[in-house]
Design a protein around this ligand. Structure first.
Ligand code: ADP
Ligand code: MG
Length: 323
């Protein structure tokens, strides 16, 4: 109960990228190893997410669209463990209330798949159909029944770029999953799923950045850091290339950003920011959980220690190589 209160409910669906985020997270929770995201008109009229995960048993399909307080995550600390991304048990219900939704799903045990559709809360009866193992979720015409909210959507181009950015972040945070992104029938991204972070950096950011990376590996009791930082020659004029993930989530921390930027200071011109791609694995007890999970800012019990560790790891990598 307490957990539920701390995780303030509220509208999670703001724009196409929020729909894609929830669907992708569900696919990851379903242990998919390959996921395809397809959008048209920036996702405003068409979003399809196909995964090869565990599928939903037929009798549970309608239930998945009900708001459920017993969600995958049972405590606030669980929010920051790697095991599960879902935490509110209301994403599908929210999406179904503002989109025309179609779902095709099959578990490995089932002989046939199920097809289900729901439009503005009106369900159609479950159908039995042939389907591969996994789940396909289609969301059409976002905010078709709430014109006031639809007005706040930006152009398909802008909405599409928000989706693209989100898919890239998820691809970078899950090198073990093959992720494909198709926009207006064009292939925009396809990662191999072979755990190679460098490959994904190449795919997302291009050759120049991929050719100028320094490896970072550090471990200290309950924190591990692993990934790459860019040589100062590929510094950028903004912070968009400062990427790091905490327990698989793209979450911001002013302490980590500060530590990274301070470590780079001796090598950088003013107003230049580094490229980083770092994965943090941190024991949840070290995180300050009194933070709203949808806000991307995270605090630490011992910020000083985290700062030191990041600073040392980054300056170590910068010091050892010829730049
Ligand atoms: P939550 O993820 O917080 O549990 P959601 O509303 O996102 O809540 O999803 C509801 C439920 O539907 C999930 O708990 C899961 O059991 C099921 N589900 C949703 N998407 C998928 C999927 N792609 N594969 C398998 N099961 C899914
Ligand atoms: Mg979910």
């Amino acid at each position: 109960q307490n957990t539920i209160n701390k995780i303030a409910a509220g509208e999670v669906i703001e724009r196409p990228a929020s729909v894609v985020k929830e669907l992708l997270e569900n696919a990851i929770d379903a242990r998919a190893t390959a996921v395809t995201v397809e959008i048209k008109e920036g996702g405003t009229t068409f979003i399809r997410v196909t995964d090869n995960g565990c599928g939903i048993p037929r009798e549970e399909v309608p239930l998945a669209f009900l708001r459920h307080s017993t969600s995958k995550i049972k405590s606030v600390e669980d929010l920051f463990t790697i095991s599960s991304l879902g935490f509110r048990g209301e994403a599908l219900a929210s999406i179904a209330s503002v989109c025309q939704v179609e779902l095709i799903t099959k578990t490995s045990e089932a002989l046939t798949g199920s097809r289900y559709s729901i439009e503005g809360g009106m369900e159609r009866p479950l159908e039995e159909i042939g389907a591969p193992e996994g789940t396909t979720f289609i969301a059409r015409n976002l905010f078709f029944n709430t014109p006031a909210r639809k007005k706040f959507l930006k152009t398909p181009m802008t909405e599409g770029s928000h989706v693209a950015e989100l898919v890239e972040k998820i691809a970078l945070s899950h090198p073990e999953i093959s992720i494909r992104f198709i926009q207006n029938n064009q292939n925009k991204l396809h990662t191999s799923g072979n755990h190679n972070l460098k490959d994904i950096v190449y795919t997302v950011f291009g050759r120049e950045i991929a050719a100028n990376l320094l490896a970072v590996e550090a471990k200290k009791q309950d924190i591990a850091i692993s990934g790459f930082i860019g040589k100062p020659v590929i510094a950028r004029g903004n912070r968009n290339y400062e990427n790091y993930f905490i327990n698989g989530r793209y979450i911001r921390s002013s302490i980590i950003s500060k530590a990274i930027e301070e470590a780079y200071k001796p090598f950088m011109m003013q107003h230049k920011y580094p490229f980083t791609m770092l994965h943090f694995t941190i024991e949840p007890e070290l995180l300050d959980v009194n933070v709203h999970p949808t806000k991307m800012e995270l605090r630490f019990r011992d910020g000083e220690m985290v700062y030191r560790m990041v600073y040392d790891a980054v300056s170590g990598a910068l010091a050892h190589k010829e730049l």
